[in-house]
Design a protein around this ligand. Sequence first.
Ligand code: PGA
Ligand code: ZN
Length: 428
Amino acid sequence: METIKNVQAWEILDSRGNPTVAVRTELNSGAYGEAAVPSGASTGKYEAVELRDGDKSRYKGLGVLKAVDNINSVIAPALKGMNPAEQEKIDRRLIEMDGTENKSNLGANAMLGVSLATAHAAASSVKKPLYSYLSHQDSYILPVPLLNILNGGKHASDSTDFQEFMIAPAGAQSFAHALRMAAEIYQALKSIIKEQKFNTNVGDEGGFAPSLPSNQAALELIIDAMQKAGYKPGIDCFIALDPASSEFYEDGTYVLAREGKRLSRQQMVDYYVKWTREYPIISIEDGMAEDDWEGWKLLCGAIGERVQLVGDDLYVTNIKRLSKGIEHKASNSILIKLNQIGTLSETIAAINMARQAGWTSVVSHRSGETEDVTIADLCAGLSTGQIKTGAPCRSERTAKYNRLLRIESELGVKAKYAGMEAYYNLKR
Ligand code: PGA
Ligand code: ZN
């Protein structure tokens, strides 16, 4: 039987230049797997704990040497000798060893690095690519990419209140076609922004971050860019938003600073309803704040039949919170971020729970990323239908898209692009 011989961790840098955890799991056969852990900026308050050293003399307290040491001295000896194919057992072991509800003891960053590196090692030991190792079928759905081409909120300075303006090329024929469409729209957007004398610098996720006067101005620019690139808004390509509204929710109101507006929950819902009538918006993530369950129910009642409403901070990839959302009909989709929950098995459980409820799931990167491409394999292997991993720009973002291009070419006829089917639970 294949067994875990060693687990080793070290500190690396993420795409923002902050430290994060990298892990290598080695098996007795010599097979191995590696993974690196991402990190958010607009983190939800119910996320599992990302363990940071807090030692201000290194990386302003952001070092992860404690998490690294937890792996090397606590986790590694405990996993030694275990069967790497028993992912759930390994993840359960990590959870038991941590012993807390929010993974604050070992750190979700430490646990996730180990969980993923071990999955990679197990796949490698049976000579399968990870997507195929994770799959229980012989055919695959490749995801509609949601590409964040305009960055605001916490991911850029002096830009829009809303954090992410994404494009969803659901009308494409293949993943490669979708990515080409997105890249062409991205370049068209750049030239329009330049013509209008805004700056073309990019934010944390590779999207442009012009100093626009309003959130609506961003929508107009994107529609223009689609047309300029020769694509039809609402047929070839749609808009997906992540306002990340927990970030501008203050004392029960939604504060749109750039527009000088303070909106009640009902006014915020009305704002989205109006927008979704005027623009080809197919998806809104975190339209309402993480504690505003009433707001979520209102929004879902108003537009949940025709717009995908994705809970990110609301569910934090946690089946306890997700089951509450399903019970209360708070949305119709969940954002999946591995490091919000801290193990691969718990992540897959959230995807499965959503699917059983007839919901969609969108597998996501974090704003602080690495060259790790595990989420691309997760998406293809579990045929989740959608991925969001930033703009078609900056290698930590394009690495995931490029991995999907590789998977598509490897699979040939065994792969089908999700296209509009990704939104199977909407009436459109
Ligand atoms: P984060 O942002 O990685 O900074 O949390 C991504 C998101 O809100 O979806
Ligand atoms: Zn989000």
